[in-house]
Design a protein. Structure first.
Length: 91
């Protein structure tokens, strides 16, 4: 694994950990009967953080597949449709 890959993984993990903390705050807010606007705002932040992490994971995978495809003719024909499906699953 290159240092860029390790750095990307670290950033993704940090983003997911922040989302985990935000989700804990949402759960606590629901359990405490907090104002629905505050709960929905926090929930939207969690959703956005998860979406960004997912897009970053897919973007990293696409980059890796394109690099691999340069050395293997036809490899992108298998990988790119699957990546497209994953990307669209986040939409």
């Amino acid at each position: 694994m290159s240092s860029t890959d390790a750095e990307t993984q670290r950033k993704i993990a940090n983003r997911l950990k922040r989302a985990q903390g935000q989700l804990g705050a949402v759960i606590a807010a629901v359990e405490n009967g907090s104002d629905c606007r505050a709960v929905v705002t926090q929930l939207a932040a969690v959703s956005s953080a998860l979406d960004r992490a997912g897009f970053q994971i897919i973007a990293s995978a696409m980059k890796d597949c394109l690099v691999e495809a340069e050395g293997e003719p036809g490899a992108d024909e298998v990988s790119l449709p699957e990546l497209e499906k994953l990307f669209l699953s986040l939409a």
